[in-house]
Design a protein around this ligand. Structure first.
Ligand code: CP
Ligand code: NVA
Length: 317
């Protein structure tokens, strides 16, 4: 008789795309697509009570429109409730972060945190064995954004295996999580960045370890080479939150990396344009490309809701 192995234990936290197995990532997207379709049922949706009786704390040290709103709506649509914590509690000044986490786990099921250093989220997660910690953006990674991005890619391109995506600009938090997720789903990802602004070497190594056959990551300094023939072109701001003092220098360094109609002309004629938002028209993207029919940026924003509902259910329900 065959012995069926028990299902792998779901990781307690979601700090990184790499916290998911390839299979879990695919299942999360399937479940997000189903929840998107069922949303019209409102409180009659099969998942409407998935978080009934649960509270989720939200702690944001940086501004947010999309992430904060979509988590709040996601938690409520699953029947749960939210608790908004003042940003100062993430500083660890009034009491150590470990103690914050060990208090929270006595009251709430999960903590959604947007912070600076990824290690802060990791500290909170390891201090409290019952508290599910979700990374809502750190300086290093933005895994919740990447879930919405790959759902949007799948909606537009169908199977992602062997399809190509170019990320043009800063090798930042968004680029890291996007490249991890897209490669895990079988895509070939091109990153086109100025010298010294590409993905960090440890991120490149981490992606190599999860690359399935036929997928891969290639780094470029020439944006035209990076977008040649690709199915999707993605960009993000040149100056991320917390780097404001470098913005003049970055505007000069990234000037040749604007995604505009000329650059899109080197991609596949059907290529879509993607951006996590907020966007700076006239910097990383021209107004023309941002507003063009190929732009799917608001689909990405919508999909933040559906993928985070699937994530919350996967971790908590
Ligand atoms: N894309 C994104 O995370 O947007 P917010 O910063 O508004 O949450
Ligand atoms: N890279 C950007 C993403 C904003 C959603 C930042 O960190 O500010």
């Amino acid at each position: 008789m065959d012995i069926v192995p028990p299902p792998a234990r779901v990781r307690k936290d979601f700090l990184s795309i790499l916290d998911l197995s390839h299979a879990e990532l695919g299942q999360l997207l399937d479940s997000a697509a189903a929840m998107k379709a069922e949303r019209a049922l409102g409180t009659r949706a099969p998942t409407a009570g998935a978080l009934a009786g649960m509270h989720v704390a939200l702690l944001f040290e940086k501004p947010s429109l999309r992430t904060r709103s979509t988590f709040e709506v996601a938690i409520r649509e699953l029947g749960g409730d939210t608790l908004h914590l003042p940003a100062e509690f993430a500083e660890g000044q009034r009491e150590p972060l470990e103690d914050v986490a060990r208090n929270l786990e006595r009251w709430v099921r999960a903590l959604v945190i947007r912070t600076y250093s990824q290690s802060k989220a990791a500290t909170l997660a390891s201090a409290a064995p019952r508290l599910h910690v979700i990374n809502a953006l750190s300086d290093e990674e933005h895994p919740c954004q990447a879930l919405a991005d790959v759902l949007t890619l799948r909606e537009r391109l169908g199977s992602l295996r062997g399809r190509t995506l170019a990320y043009i600009g800063d090798g930042n938090n968004v680029a890291t999580s996007l490249a991890q997720a897209a490669v895990m789903l079988g895509m070939v990802v091109h990153v086109g960045s100025p010298e010294n602004y590409s993905l960090p070497p440890d991120v490149v190594e981490g992606i190599a370890a999860v690359t399935p056959p036929g997928a891969g990551l290639k780094l470029f300094t020439d944006p035209v080479e990076a977008v040649a023939g690709v199915d999707a072109v993605y960009t993000d701001v040149w100056t991320s939150m917390g780097q404001e003092r470098e913005s003049d220098k970055r505007r000069r360094i990234f000037a040749e990396y604007q995604v505009n109609a000329d650059l899109m002309g080197f991609a596949s004629p059907q290529a879509i344009f993607m951006h996590c938002l907020p966007a700076h028209r006239g910097e990383e993207v021209s107004a023309e490309v941002f507003e063009s029919p190929s732009s799917v940026v608001f689909d990405q924003a919508e999909n933040r809701l559906h993928t985070q509902k699937a994530l919350l259910r996967h971790l908590l329900a």
